[in-house]
Design a protein around this ligand. Structure first.
Ligand code: SRM
Ligand code: SF4
Length: 542
C-alpha cells in the first residue's frame, strides 16, 4: 500500500481528493458517454481535470473547444500520423490549429467533445496516443531530435525513449500504476554532445557518460558493491557507454531549480528500470499535502540526496554504480535549423523554422507531403518548437529547397526569429497573464527592422510564472505579469537573463521586473545592443 493511500482524506488537497475518489484514467472508458452528454452537462471534475489523463484539456478561455495533447516519444512522428492530426483540426475551420510544444510534442485545438470517440479511433489506427499527457503524469519524454542521424552522437535515444513511454503508459493504453503521481514528472534522455533536450530542467534526466571501471571475471561489474550488477559485453579495459543521472530539475511559479547529479551511472539497458524505480519512490513517498511543494525536488530536499538515492536503489533492486567523473556534454547547443549532412552517406536532415510553433491543417498536410516525397516519411520535432525532415537524398535537396511552403517555414530564418520560443499565452491558456505568441512575433519583427545582429539571440516568452516557455534557459526570457501604468493594470513582463544551454547549462535569473509590454521594444533594443553586439541599422538612403 502506498503512503498516499494511508493519508487521511482531510489532509488531502483538492486534487488529491478527486484522484482518490476516482482515478483520472477511468475516464478512458467514458468517452462515448461524455460525447453524447456534451461538455455543459458533464461532471465538472471529469471535464476540467480527469479528461487530462487522456490528454483532453477543457479550455475555459474557449469553452466547448478542447485542446488535445499528444505523446510524441523523442519528438518523432510519421507523415501518416501528421495527416491524421491535420484531418482532426481541419474540420474545425478557423478554430482548429496545432502547436509544437517545448517538449517536442503536438497539441491540437478546437476539439469538440462529441467528436472524441471518432478522433480516438483515428489515433488508434495510426498508433498515436494522448494518454497520461497532462496532470499528475509523466509528460512527453524527450530525446535527441537528430538521434540516429547525427554522425557525432554517442547513443541513439529513440528506442529507449519509446521503451520508457511503453513502461509508463502500458504501450499507450494507460497504466494505472503511474496515473496518480503527486505532480507532473518530466523525463529526458540525451545521447548527443549538445544537451539538445535541456536535461537540466527535467525531474529525471540521462546524460551520456563513459564508465571507466572494469568488468569482473563473471562479466559483472567489479566496481559496484551489489551482487547482481548489470553485465555488458565489452572489453574489460575500454570505457563503457552509459548515462549519468540527474534528478529534481523543474520550474514552477513558486520555485525553479536545475537538476542535481544523483551520483549514479547506468548502462542503457538499465535506464527503464531506473525510471521505474524513481517513479515508484516519487509515487509512494512524494509530498502530496501542498501542490506547490509536490515536485520531486521537494522530496529530495526533505530527505536529503543520500536518503533519496538509497530509497531509489532499493526499488532498483541492485547496487548503484557511482556516476562517471564527467559527462560527455561538451558542445554548444545546436538548433538543427537548415540543411545538415546525416551520418548515412548521401542523406540530409533539414530543420524548418516554425514561427512560435504554430501550425494549421494545410501546413501539416504540406509538411507530411514533403516528408513523404523527399524524405522517408518521417517528421521530427524539437524543443525549440521547430520541425526536422530527415532522410532527404542529396539528389532531391535542391528541388526540396524550392518548395513554396519553405517561404513560411524557412531553412534560413533571421537571427532573432530563429531562436524565438513562446508558450501558449492568453489566446488559449487561462493561467496566462499576457498574450504571448502574436506579441512575440510582432516584437521580433520590429526589432529586426531596427537592428543588425551577427548571431542568434534566444528569446523565450512565457505567459505566466509557470514557465512553460522556459524563460530561464533563454538569453533573454520574458515572463508575463500584470503591471500598473497610469493607474491602470496592463500586460507586462519580468525580464530574465543569463540562461545557458548545451555544455555547462545554467538557469537565467530575473534582472528587471514589471516592464509594460507597450514599453518593451526600446528595453529589448538596449539589451540587444549592450549584451549581444546588436547595432542600429543605417537609415536607408533617400
Ligand atoms: Fe506547461 C501547465 C502548456 C511545457 C510548467 N502548461 C500548463 C497548462 C496545461 C495549463 C492549462 O491547463 O492551461 C498549459 C496548457 C495551455 C495550452 O492550452 O496550451 C501548459 N506547457 C504547456 C506547453 C504547451 C507550452 C508550449 O507552448 O510549448 C508545453 C507542453 C509540453 C508537453 O508537450 O507536454 C508546456 N510546462 C512546460 C514546461 C517546459 C518543459 O517541460 O520543458 C514547464 C516547465 C518545466 C517543468 O514542468 O518543470 C511547464 N505547465 C507548467 C506548470 C508549472 C508546474 C509546477 O510544478 O508548478 C503548469 C501548472 C501546473 O502544472 O500546475 C503548467
Ligand atoms: Fe499557460 Fe502560463 Fe504555461 Fe504559458 S506559462 S502556457 S500562460 S500556464
Amino acid at each position: 500500500m502506498t503512503d498516499q493511500a494511508t493519508t487521511t482524506t482531510t489532509s488531502l488537497n483538492k486534487f488529491e481528493k478527486f484522484k482518490a475518489e476516482k482515478d483520472g484514467l477511468a475516464v478512458k472508458e467514458e468517452i462515448e458517454k461524455f460525447a453524447s452528454l456534451g461538455w455543459e452537462a458533464m461532471d465538472e471534475t471529469d471535464r476540467d481535470h480527469r479528461l487530462k489523463w487522456v490528454g483532453v484539456f477543457f479550455r475555459p478561455v474557449t469553452p466547448g473547444k478542447f485542446m488535445m495533447r499528444m505523446r510524441m516519444p523523442n519528438g518523432i512522428l510519421s507523415c501518416e500520423q501528421m495527416r491524421v492530426l491535420a484531418e482532426v483540426i481541419q474540420r474545425y475551420g478557423d478554430e482548429g490549429n496545432a502547436d509544437i510544444t517545448t517538449r517536442q510534442n503536438i497539441q491540437l485545438r478546437g476539439i469538440r467533445i462529441e467528436d472524441l470517440p471518432e478522433i480516438f479511433d483515428k489515433f488508434r489506427a495510426v498508433d498515436l496516443t494522448t494518454v497520461q499527457s497532462g496532470m499528475d503524469n509523466v509528460r512527453n519524454i524527450t530525446g535527441d531530435p537528430v538521434a540516429g542521424l547525427d554522425a557525432d552522437e554517442l547513443f541513439d535515444t529513440r528506442e529507449l525513449v519509446q521503451q520508457i513511454q511503453d513502461m509508463v503508459t502500458n504501450q499507450g493504453e494507460g497504466n494505472s500504476e503511474f496515473t496518480n503521481l503527486p505532480r507532473k514528472f518530466n523525463i529526458a534522455i540525451t545521447g548527443g554532445r549538445d544537451n539538445s533536450v535541456h536535461a537540466e530542467i527535467n525531474d529525471l534526466a540521462f546524460v551520456p557518460a563513459f564508465f571507466e571501471g572494469q568488468l569482473g571475471d563473471n562479466g559483472q561489474w567489479a566496481m559496484g558493491q551489489g551482487e547482481e550488477l548489470s553485465s555488458i559485453p565489452s572489453s574489460p579495459s575500454s570505457p563503457i557507454f552509459g548515462f549519468n543521472v540527474l534528478v529534481g530539475g523543474f520550474f514552477s511559479a513558486k520555485r525553479c531549480e536545475a537538476a542535481v547529479p544523483l551520483n549514479v551511472w547506468v548502462p542503457p539497458e538499465d535506464v527503464v528500470a531506473l525510471c521505474r524505480a524513481v517513479l515508484e519512490v516519487f509515487r509512494d513517498r512524494g509530498l502530496r499535502a501542498n501542490r506547490q511543494k509536490s515536485r520531486l525536488m521537494w522530496l529530495i530536499d526533505e530527505w536529503g540526496l543520500e536518503k533519496f538515492r538509497a530509497e531509489v536503489e532499493k526499488r532498483f533492486g541492485k547496487s548503484f554504480i557511482s556516476a562517471a567523473a564527467r559527462d560527455e556534454i561538451d558542445w554548444e547547443k545546436r538548433d538543427h535549423i537548415g540543411v545538415h549532412k546525416q551520418k548515412q552517406p548521401g542523406l540530409n536532415y533539414v530543420g524548418l523554422h516554425v514561427p512560435v510553433g504554430r501550425l494549421y491543417a494545410e501546413d501539416m498536410f504540406e509538411i507530411a507531403r514533403l516528408a513523404e516525397v523527399y524524405g522517408s516519411g518521417e517528421i521530427r520535432l524539437t524543443v525549440e518548437q521547430n520541425i526536422i525532415i530527415p532522410n532527404i537524398a542529396d539528389s532531391l535537396l535542391e528541388t526540396f529547397l524550392t518548395e513554396p511552403v519553405l517561404d513560411k517555414f524557412t531553412v534560413n530564418p533571421t537571427l532573432l526569429m530563429r531562436s524565438l520560443v513562446s508558450c501558449t499565452g492568453s489566446q488559449f491558456c487561462n493561467f496566462a497573464l499576457i498574450e504571448t505568441k502574436n506579441r512575440a512575433l510582432a516584437i521580433i519583427k520590429a526589432l529586426e527592422a531596427e537592428l543588425e545582429l551577427t548571431h542568434p539571440v534566444r528569446i523565450h516568452w512565457t505567459g505566466c510564472p509557470n514557465s512553460c516557455g522556459q524563460p530561464q534557459v533563454a538569453d533573454i526570457g520574458l515572463m508575463g505579469t500584470k503591471v500598473r501604468k497610469n493607474g491602470k493594470a496592463v500586460e507586462g513582463v519580468d525580464i530574465y537573463m543569463g540562461g545557458k544551454v548545451g555544455k555547462e547549462a545554467q538557469l537565467g535569473a530575473c534582472i528587471t521586473k514589471g516592464i509594460p509590454c507597450e514599453d518593451l521594444l526600446p528595453v529589448l533594443r538596449e539589451l540587444l545592443i549592450e549584451h549581444f553586439g546588436a547595432r542600429l541599422r543605417e537609415p536607408a538612403a533617400v
